[in-house]
Design a protein around this ligand. Structure first.
Ligand SMILES: [Zn+2]
Length: 384
């Protein structure tokens, strides 16, 4: 299967970038809804509709939900690209629809999506609410789970740019987890199904993004939705869309999420699942916090007449300003940077640091500064 070609053919062009809201996806859902597949299954705190889209007649039931965290939109984009495939008339679409019934909740947290926050409008992290079910969005997902009785769950998220796949300086462009179902993190039959499927997906992805696939931390927390569904005996896969070089809009990563979705269903429908993927799964590099967006090395700083050579790091904050996501770089670490990497790194070669304040980098200050004599950095980046 030519995944690149498939993606180019079916990518939904009308959604791009990081800020994906209900207004963006509603027209696409309406356009896809040719056979009454679209339903409103509940309302958010701010009374916005939560949609489901069901398609397929196969016996294997797949439940997928995205944007449970409102500012995590990459998997939503890829989910629409995938829905565009199965809503078409290709042989692949027929193969999938004969084998599977897909139940998708493309935006579980529409209020958080609008506000560009992880939490819902009550400032509750829905992925810590799977036992309390205190929020309407949590109840909607739980009811969908109980009604649909999935054979597999796909829990679709984004992760921050701080994560590497292992400690070798490769970003975790896509990370996976078969969540634990108990404190001991044992592997039972249903968790093994998720592990085996992830092992197969990883085999495919390594061909495209070698060493950029991570395995997410499996500490058990029953308040997380994946751990809850796994503990209820349904194989559950966590997807975490992450950073690809220079791809802050996550359009490249979107493609690899699409590859992962398509591959997983190809593996399942062709009965191509590895029978014991535990070692393969454990061989996937562990997710590690090893990155900053920017690292500046060998900077000379003059602290009251004492000159030192040091390093510092800056990180983008994603800020919603007038309906746009702005990436604003702030200084977040000074000194201690052994074993860390920058997605962008500069070596100052002992040039002197200056800024418009006190001429030394301070935490939470904007990454706007100079290296004497004439190199200027604005919002983290060197201006040529
Ligand atoms: Zn998330």
């Amino acid at each position: 299967m030519d995944l690149e070609q498939l993606f180019n053919q079916y990518k939904v062009q009308s959604i791009q970038g990081r800020y994906i809201t209900l207004e963006n996806i509603e027209p696409i859902l309406i356009q896809f809804n040719t056979k009454d597949q679209l339903k409103i299954i509940g309302k958010s705190v701010l009374e916005k509709p939560i949609y489901s889209f069901q398609i397929g007649n196969g016996e294997t039931r797949i439940l997928l939900w995205s944007q449970m965290h409102g500012n995590e939109s990459t998997t939503t984009k890829a989910l629409f690209d995938f829905l565009n495939v199965v809503n078409g008339d290709s042989a692949l679409a027929k193969q999938f629809l004969d084998r599977f019934t897909f139940y998708c909740i493309p935006m579980l947290n529409p209020d958080g999506a609008k506000l560009y926050t992880r939490e819902n409008a009550n400032k509750v992290d829905l992925n810590r609410d799977s036992q309390d079910l205190s929020q309407p969005e949590s109840k909607v997902l739980r009811e969908a789970f109980e009604r649909f009785k999935p054979h597999y769950c796909y829990n679709l998220h984004d992760q921050r740019t701080i994560f590497g796949a292992g400690s070798q300086g490769k970003p975790a462009t896509l990370s996976f987890l078969a969540p634990a179902y108990n404190e001991k993190r044992e592997i039972n039959e249903s968790r093994l199904k998720a592990i085996n499927l992830i092992a197969g997906i990883n085999d495919v992805l390594q061909q495209y993004i070698p060493n950029q696939v991570g395995r997410f931390d499996d500490s058990f927390n029953i308040n997380c939705i994946g751990d809850t569904f796994q503990s209820l005996g349904v194989p559950t896969l966590l997807f975490e869309a992450g950073h690809f070089a220079n791809d802050y809009q996550r359009e490249e990563t979107r493609k690899y999420v699409f590859f992962a979705l398509i591959s997983s269903f190809a593996i399942l429908s062709e009965n191509d699942v590895v029978s014991n993927g535990i070692n393969k799964y454990l061989n996937i590099s562990q997710n590690k916090v090893v990155f900053y967006d920017f690292i500046y090395k060998n900077i000379k700083i003059n602290y009251d007449g004492i000159e030192i050579i040091t390093n510092f790091a800056a990180q983008y904050k994603e800020e919603l300003i007038e309906n746009q996501i702005c990436f604003n770089a702030y200084i977040v670490q000074i000194g201690k940077l052994e074993n860390y990497f920058g997605h962008i790194e500069y070596d100052a070669n002992k040039a002197l640091y200056q800024d418009n304040y006190d001429n030394f980098p301070k935490l939470n200050q904007k990454a706007d500064f100079y290296l004497v004599d004439n190199i200027k950095f604005v919002n983290g980046l060197m201006i040529k």
